[in-house]
Design a binder for this molecule. Structure first.
Ligand code: FUB
Length: 340
């Protein structure tokens, strides 16, 4: 069944005390929450997980999502509204399957929904859809963003008004297949440990928010010793789910380490890096994937994330939120999502 119905409610209720926070919604499965504050209200752009019976594999075929629902709330802890279907894969002309982690942006009266989905050749591309409402419905552009590839777009508007898209994810997210401008399906998912770790990508957005304004660049993430992180640094290197926020003039690039299940962050003085690894934001959640976003609302900072509390199945997740706390020097305090 698609919904977290009676069978799962009992389990969740019985075990709810072991989780730091509770799911924002329980009648659909949601994941990969990209949160934004638009007009003083919080909007969450998540994936909409469903049960399709696809076999579980390293390509992530079991994440076979078909549409997006947008959630909203006036404040953290307030009533959460599910606004229904905002975009369906059948209405994206170039798309074939797997609507993965989306993000959204607002500019000049228009809301933009950015989404990764496999094209007819089973290659992940990033598309954009527009609406006059933050909750849609959104209308997809007829083609993917030119030069886009891989997954997990995160769109950041800097304080000077410039807009950047960060994206990418290795293994099932296919980023390792883009070592050159040509897609190469023969590249193995795992890199040799001594190679420089593959970095997330960044591109400036065009004025109309529908294209990349310049070349896609690979972001460099360094260790505190100043050396680029290696593929073997599994607890620190980028895997997927990148997010950008700015605090006290510094750029905070955060992401999932995938197979080591951590949310970590690196800081830098420019939105395009280089960034220096700083530490862990969140210890592993229940479930294989971990994915987040960070926003400020009414003077407090929050992290939206997901786990599998309602289903205990990797591909049927539920989004959550908790406060993000910092030390006086701006470093982020590590969150234990399963309690201490
Ligand atoms: O939801 C599908 C994929 O799982 C996302 O794109 C990744 O970030 C991971 O959460």
């Amino acid at each position: 069944p698609e919904t977290a119905a009676a069978t799962t409610t009992t389990t969740a209720a019985a075990d709810s005390s072991k989780y730091l926070t509770q799911p924002l919604v329980r009648d659909i499965y949601t994941a990969d929450p990209s949160a934004h504050v638009f007009n003083g209200k919080i909007y969450v752009y998540p994936s909409h997980d469903i049960e399709t019976g696809m076999p579980e594999n390293d390509n992530g075929d079991h994440f076979a999502m078909r549409d997006y629902h947008i959630l909203s709330m006036d404040s953290v802890g307030g009533k959460v509204t599910d606004h229904g279907v905002a975009l369906d894969v059948k209405d994206i002309p170039w798309a074939k399957r797997q609507l993965w982690a989306p993000d959204a942006a607002f500019k000049n009266g228009t809301y933009y929904l950015y989404f990764p989905v496999k094209d007819k050749q089973d290659i992940f591309r990033i598309g954009v859809a527009t609406s006059t409402s933050p909750t849609g419905p959104f209308k997809a552009e007829p083609q993917p963003i030119k030069g886009s590839y891989s997954i997990d777009p995160a769109v950041f508007t800097d304080t000077d008004g410039k807009v950047y898209m960060y994206f990418g994810g290795i293994w099932g997210g296919q980023l390792q297949r883009w070592r050159t401008a040509q897609y190469d399906s023969t590249v193995a998912p795992s890199q040799p440990a001594q190679e420089v770790a593959i970095g997330p990508r960044v591109a400036a957005m065009s004025a109309d928010m529908k294209e990349f304004a310049g070349p896609v660049k690979e972001i460099q993430i360094l260790g505190k010793d100043g050396k680029t992180l290696l593929a073997g640094d599994n607890e620190k290197r980028f895997f997927e789910g990148v997010w950008m926020h700015k605090y006290n003039g510094k750029y905070y690039l955060s992401y999932s380490t995938g197979d080591t299940h951590l949310l970590v962050y690196a800081t830098g003085d420019s939105p395009i890096g280089p960034f220096t690894y700083q530490g862990v934001i969140m210890e592993p959640v229940q479930g294989w994937t971990t994915h987040h976003s960070i926003i400020e609302k009414d003077g407090k900072w929050y992290i939206f994330y997901h786990d599998t509390q309602l289903s205990d199945k990797t591909w049927l997740r539920n989004v959550k939120v908790t406060e993000l706390k910092r030390n006086p020097d701006g470093s982020i305090q590590t969150i234990q999502p399963m309690g201490k």
